[in-house]
Each structure stands twice: as structure tokens, then as C-alpha cells.
Write a protein that binds this ligand. Sequence first.
Ligand SMILES: C[S@@+](CC[C@H](N)C(=O)[O-])C[C@H]1O[C@@H](n2cnc3c(N)ncnc32)[C@H](O)[C@@H]1O
Length: 506
Amino acid sequence: MTIDLAPFKNLIKQRCGLILEGLGEEKLATVLAQRLIVTKFGNSAEYYFHLQGNSDEFQELINLLTINETYFFREVEQLHLLTERLVPRLLMQREDNQPLRILSAGCSSGEEPFSLVMALREKYGDDVSSLFSFVGGDIDTLALAKARSGCYNEFSFRGVATEIKARYFDYDGWAYRLKDEIRNRVEFQEMNLFAEEFPAALHGCDIIFFRNVSIYFDTPTRRIIQQNLASLLKENGYLVIGTAETIANDLGVLPLVEEDGLFYFSKGQPSAFVPATAPVFDFSRYVVSKVDVPGQCDMAEHPFVRCSPPVVAPSLPIAEHVASVAASSDPCFSIDEVQQYCREKRYEEAMALIVILLEQNPGDASSLLLKAHIQLNRKEFELAEASARQALQADPWSIDAFVLLGLAAKWRDLVKEAVRWFKQAVYARHECWLARYYLADLYRAGGESDKARREYRGVLQLLSQTTVPDHGIKVLPLAVVHSELRFLCEHQIGKLGDQQRIARRK
Ligand SMILES: C[S@@+](CC[C@H](N)C(=O)[O-])C[C@H]1O[C@@H](n2cnc3c(N)ncnc32)[C@H](O)[C@@H]1O
């Protein structure tokens, strides 16, 4: 049975602002087919009529349609901005002794608001309960129920440092349970960002985190939502939007500010610069990098060490450049420019250009690969995987895509899958020494010493040639220093040899 999706799409857009196109549309068709069976309506017209007047059924549908992808300490550099810049400044300015109110708007299953609590708990210790109050709001009532339970599986962590997990969670053999001292700090609240009115608990916020939500709305809807969020902010409050989305949300509602290489919106004029206060939030303590080849994936290094006063963004040439490219009817820039931004780890700018390129040509493999590269660096593994797979549709022999898929699997400890992708890269191009290096690492970690040694030797042999053979990676901005990789291979071969000798002696 084919369902006419148009009335459903309109109703959802009208009530919640959500745009369902492409994959969203496919999901809608699947979800509607499910609901027709469950509710036993004979046809979609009858179901539509019922849906219009029944808020419980509408909620069921929305719960099935939302995308709740989230994890702890996502975009950790923005948490650094929170603890080292925004919060100290607001605490200094506050005239009453009221706690600062922090809202995570579109909080999904709670990983974001709980990360805010943990980051501030690390900095302010027990005072966190008197200094701050936290609210998490979302339209998805099932996600909110999960948030209230405070129970998570491995998937919500993705690289969170072991000490942090141990400090704030209890593992019961099935799930990680957030300790009550953190769980009880956040009040969860149903919230439709597109609503005309908001519950009292959401008003009077000092800081709002609104990350990875705006991508589901079109520009006019984003503007309305941003106006709504601005109305929930106190004067001089801050709105933090996901780094890749900020420029697309610079809609003239609130002034955009740049500080330490990061962007946020400020209600009122950006206030005086407050230097970082000790103890400094060291985000390398919160997330760990599993990647050890220099230059390939660089999450452990963060460029946000500059101490500069806040800058209202229009004075920034790069932001201006990207904004003007976005506004132009005939954007003129090349993929090299995007690669250059990636090399400089200016992912926000790179992503803004990629969005434009993909709007013009949705199947463009190079843009998709660079998108996957950025997503991987942001630990958005499923998204990275999806982008790399899309790139494979355009170029089924893309070595870049095989390597990206291998890395996305490796970082999630999906060892067999990672091996399969790296092997695929080597099958497609024997000289792909980077894929062989990763294969060697995976074999070594899995105790397959002979295979590991063979691959490390293969990499050494390729890298020792007078002209190092082309590895076949065409788009990814690699910065691997051959001598360093050779050193790593020699070092690992040496270690494997020592282990073998010790084993023989025993
Ligand atoms: C991808 S998650 C983002 C979670 C978290 N902010 C993060 O960055 O990890 C997007 C969330 O936005 C919520 N959402 C979508 N439309 C909404 C609306 N109109 N009002 C409130 N929440 C909405 C979804 O239910 C989903 O949980």
C-alpha cells in the first residue's frame, strides 16, 4: 500500500517544525506503515483524521520519527568554553545569588545535560548544586524517560576516559548507572522548540545548549526556534549551537561571537573578557583518542588554546567568507579549499562549505568523504559511516571510503568489521600502506603476531622505497610523516620480537 505522505509531512512541520525529506521521508513511510498496523486503521486517510485530533497518537508518531543520536562529552571543546569562559563570566556578573540556569534544548536521552553537570562538577566540586540548576528539554517522551533513568550502554561513551566513567557511573553487568549526585541535578521537561509557549521551568536561562538539533529544520523554522530560545534566555545569556551548525544559524536573531576559535550567540553585547580560572578544565581527561597515526585523526589535539578576548564574528574574515559563499547564488570555491580547512581543523567552516557543495550535487563523493572525515574526528561514528557508504555508492572502489569505514569500525571496537574494511582497501590497492598499518595494529591487538609482523614489514618496505608509492587515498587530508610511521613500524616489530623471545624462553 502506498501512503500519501504529504499531509503527514505538513502536519508534522506545522506542529514541530521538523522537515522530513530524503531518509526522513523513507523513515516516515516505514513508521506510518507500522502505526497503521498497530492502530488497526483501514487506510491512511482515516489514520490521518485520527492523528489530527489525538495528541497521544501524535506523540507516539513523533517518538518514532526523532533522531536521538547523542553521547557523553560530545564536542568537548564546547564544554571547555562553558567551564572556562561562559560560566566564570556569568558568575562574576551575577547580582543576586541565584544559581545559573542551564538548559539543554533537544537533550535526547540526557547525555548532553549530564555531561554539562559532570564538566562543571569537575571544576566547581560540591558547589555545583548551589551554583547551577540544569534542565533538559526534548519533544521525544521516550528519550526523556531514558534520560530520567540515567542508565546507559557502552554506545553512549565513545571514548570517554575510564576515570570519568568510574567516577560518575556504576556498572551493574548490564548498564552504566549514573550516580544520583549527577542524575538528580537535571530536571527533565517535555518541550517543543516550535511551540508558542513554554513551561515556566524553561524560562530565565543563563545558558542554552542547542546542539545537533537545528539540522532537522529549514531556515525560516530555525529563525523562529532561535527567537523562541532567545526569549528563554536572560539578558546577557548565551546560546551555544553545535559547531557545524553555527554559521547556518547566524540569522540575525542574536549576535554571533567568536572566542578561542569557537562560536556562540550572546543575548546583549558580548561582555568583558574573563581569563581562564584555575583549575583549568582539561578535556583530554574526559575523552581518549584511540588513534595513534599522526595526522590521520586528530581529536586528541585541540586548537583551542589561544586566549583571546571575545570577538563579534562579522569581523572574522573566514566566517565572512563562508557566509558570503553561502549567500552567493553561484558559490565559487573548490574542494581544495574544504580540504585546506580540514587540514587546519577548521571543521565548522569546512562543514559549511560541504553543505553547499552537497546541496548542488548530493552524490559528490569528495564532499561526502570530507564530511565523513570531519564526523569521524567528532566521534560521530554512525554518521561518518553513513557518509562514507554514500561515497561508496558514487565510487565503489574509493580507498578513502574503505579507510574511513575501517576507522569508524576500529574506534567502536568492531574489530572484525574494521579488518574487513582495511583488507578491502589493500585488496583495491596493495600499496595502501596506511590501511596496512591499521591492519597490522588490529592484528597485534588481537594477538595475531605473525600477521601483524607481516603487515608492519610490508608498510616498512613500501615506505623505504626511493619514491613512496601512491597509497590511493585521494581526498582525505593526510598529514602522515613517513619517517614517523616507519619508526612506529620498526618499534612494533621490535616489541613483537621481544615478546616472541620471552615466550620461547618460558
Ligand atoms: C540528534 S539529537 C541531539 C542531542 C544532543 N543535543 C546532542 O547534541 O548530542 C536531536 C534531538 O532533538 C529533538 N527534537 C527534534 N525536534 C524537536 C522539537 N521540535 N522540539 C524539541 N526537541 C526536538 C529530538 O527528539 C532529538 O532527541
